[in-house]
Design a protein around this ligand. Structure first.
Ligand code: SF4
Length: 226
């Protein structure tokens, strides 16, 4: 466990720096994806499911076709698994994905009248929906601010605040809870910013030379400055 009182105070301060720098950065560098132009809960939920462990570019290839064919929860619930799978073929694991999406839509129709519930607990009750997808749906569709924890946010927090100490997911979540803005709009921007910052700057081999966080970054001071 990393967090004693003084470490926690430092982590809190750095969480606030993270928030303000990511919000500044995202205004200039945010990537444009079609699913970022909608807050339709059905589209957001299904897109998050499609994006699970999948490259954004691959999802973009099937995205328009998918929602043209299945524009509503009911259309997806009534579709045959093979029809869904056929569209998802370029993504890999298409049969498994089709089965899960069909099951999600079926449950939404049976238990929620075809609506997407804006409740963490109810979203989690859907088949194949875990913590990340539930929270992403709350943020991007329901305008309910919350942090998102995944490989991207964990990597940034780990490097920026704690490096070289390895911290637990619970500790990362505590930091993200502070860093994540409380206003729905800024929360959306911050979470998109974290995703894009991880993809463009704090990459596998981090581009610290162009990073606005480097002055305060634990990884940078430990590995680059020494
Ligand atoms: S300075 Fe480097 S390691 Fe630190 S947040 Fe920026 S890109 Fe990531």
């Amino acid at each position: 466990m990393y967090m004693n009182t003084s470490n926690w105070k430092l982590a809190q301060e750095k969480s606030k720096i993270l928030r303000s720098e990511i919000l500044k950065w995202v205004y200039k560098h945010m990537r444009d994806f079609p699913w970022r132009r909608t807050n339709d809960p059905y589209v957001v939920l299904v897109t998050e499911k499609l994006l699970q462990q999948t490259d954004y570019g691959h999802v973009k290839k099937v995205w328009y076709k998918f929602f043209e064919k299945f524009p509503t929860v009911n259309a997806l619930a009534q579709a045959k698994e093979e029809e869904i799978a056929e569209i998802l073929r370029p993504l890999g694991l298409w049969r498994q994905r089709a089965k899960q999406l069909n099951a999600i839509a079926g449950t939404l129709v049976a238990k929620f009248g075809g609506q997407i519930p804006c409740s963490y607990k109810e979203l989690l009750s859907l088949p194949g929906v875990g913590d990340y997808i539930a929270r992403a749906t709350l943020v991007f569709a329901c305008e309910i601010p919350t942090y998102l924890i995944d490989v991207n946010t964990k990597k940034i927090v780990q490097r920026f605040i704690f490096y070289p100490t390895q911290v637990t997911e619970k500790e990362v979540a505590k930091v993200l809870e502070i860093a994540t803005p409380k206003s729905p709009r800024e929360c959306k921007l911050f979470n998109w910013g974290m995703i894009d910052f991880s993809a463009l700057v704090c990459t596998k081999k981090p581009k610290c030379d162009i990073c606005p966080l480097r002055e305060n970054c634990a990884y940078y001071s430990y590995t680059i400055i020494g």
